[in-house]
Design a protein around this ligand. Structure first.
Ligand code: ADP
Ligand code: ASP
Ligand code: MG
Length: 413
């Protein structure tokens, strides 16, 4: 007997037919003698629709009320799944975030503080199945809170940690984690396993198959996570620690995956004075406005000559960034501010980079051979990212996928 969390995403829950299919998957696990908690997302497209309604109601909506509206999609699917499971003769019941409770702080992108396991322990003692809406928690004031887009993954992993589950299965609309988004590159290959660290980097640079925070939590609690399809009955991808990967003795490429992120905007400040404190004067007002700066490139000034600085911010923060910098223009002393939304960040990730030089050089050469200009670069121990013009997104991902030997050749990964 194992204790498991099964999480089903929006496409898996889109309509009664799909919910019936999900019920069969849950039934199979329960009848195999497992203790099961199920976490569900809203039906595909529903959260987008609810977010849009909030925007139409008022462009500067109150985040507390936003949470009340957008959390409702998951309430519908959890109730419907419980009804369907009951209809199959199973002892299932839904438990809203406030009923467990799932304690959280903040609104719109709330953080989970703590989940109590007592209610679930009681359910399992009675041989029951708990169905829990993902994406939601309850604040200290008793208000609904939501966990940011894609947050049901985080609900699932947090719940798995709280109930000391043996594993957390994330069912989605693709068969696992691929070497890149399989909807962009048909030659993408399903990975049998990735490390927490690689998945954390991949998710944070745009592989939205898992919410980044869910991977961070899984890593912290050493929770085995499996990403698999609710449509096909095939093995998915295991997300595990470094040791487990080595034990699996897998033949690994130096690069594990490639991701892209269009959610970046570029800002360039020209004519910056060559003096101590210029860079600090630029980033202080941005930090104050709570804006996350990602990539940074500074042209090296020749003594006493002005220089340029380029950096990126999330697309949604561009307007606020421009306003904050305009306000500080005199103190910073820049000449011109240029902005560009038509950029994309392309990243290659792999633990193989730790021990192998040349991955970045290969990226630059591959892009140069296609005439793709690089606007900014960042690297970490296991990642290289470049900023390029958005129009080259698909081309860049495809040629890099081939260059790093990731294309599906029909053999197992
Ligand atoms: P769910 O509704 O099940 O949470 P999401 O849409 O959030 O599903 O995540 C699944 C999607 O993630 C896939 O349909 C795929 O297009 C996208 N994706 C991006 N990068 C990858 C990758 N490297 N491997 C698998 N899927 C990816
Ligand atoms: N329904 C929420 C969203 O679309 C949460 C999730 O599906 O993970 O962002
Ligand atoms: Mg998702």
């Amino acid at each position: 007997m194992a204790r498991i969390v099964m999480k089903f995403g929006g496409t898996s829950m889109a309509g009664i037919e799909r919910i019936r299919h999900v019920s069969n998957l849950v039934k199979r696990e329960a009848e195999a003698g497992n203790q099961v908690a199920v976490v569900v997302s809203a039906m595909a497209g529903e959260t987008d629709r609810l977010v849009q309604l909030c925007r139409e109601a008022a462009s500067l909506y109150d985040p507390r009320e936003y949470d009340v509206v957008v959390a409702s999609g998951e309430q519908v699917t959890s109730g419907l799944l419980a009804i369907t499971l009951q209809g199959m003769g199973l002892n299932a019941r839904s438990y809203m975030g406030w009923q467990l409770p799932i304690r959280a702080t903040g609104h719109a992108a709330a953080l989970i503080d703590h989940i109590e396991a007592d209610v679930l322990e009681g359910v399992f003692e009675q041989g029951g199945i708990a169905v829990i809406p993902g994406f939601q928690g309850v604040t200290a004031d008793g208000d609904l809170a939501t966990l940011g887009r894609g947050g049901s993954d985080t609900s699932a992993v947090a719940l798995a940690a709280a109930m000391k589950a043996d594993r957390c299965d994330i069912y989605t609309d693709v068969e696992g984690v691929f070497t890149t988004d399989p909807r962009i590159v048909p030659k993408a290959r399903k990975l049998r396993a990735v490390t927490y660290e690689e998945m954390l980097e991949l998710a944070s640079v745009g592989a939205k198959v898992l919410q980044t925070r869910s991977v961070g939590l899984a890593m912290r609690y050493n929770m085995p996570v499996q990403v698999l399809s609710s449509f096909e009955d095939r093995p998915g991808t295991l997300i595990v620690g470094d040791d487990a990967i080595e034990e699996m003795n897998m033949e690994r490429q130096l690069v594990t995956g490639i991701a892209h992120d269009k959610n970046e905007a570029r800002i360039t400040l020209t004519g910056l004075p060559d003096r101590a404190g210029t860079v600090a004067a630029i980033f202080a007002p941005l930090a104050e406005a709570n804006i996350n700066v990602d990539m940074i490139v500074q042209s090296v000034p020749r003594a006493g000559k002005p220089s340029d600085l380029t950096f990126t911010v999330p697309t949604a923060s561009l307007a606020h960034s421009v306003a904050a910098l305009e306000k500080a223009k005199e103190e910073i002393g820049f000449q011109e501010m240029l902005t560009d939304l038509n950029v994309v960040k392309i990243s290659a990730v792999g633990i193989g980079m730790r021990s192998n030089a040349g991955i970045a050089a290969q990226m630059f050469q591959t892009l140069a051979a296609r005439g793709i200009n690089i606007l900014a670069i960042t690297t970490s121990e296991i990642k290289v990212s470049v900023l390029i013009a958005e129009e080259y997104t698909e081309l860049a991902v495809r040629v890099l996928h081939t260059a790093y030997g990731l294309d599906d050749t029909g053999e197992a990964a």
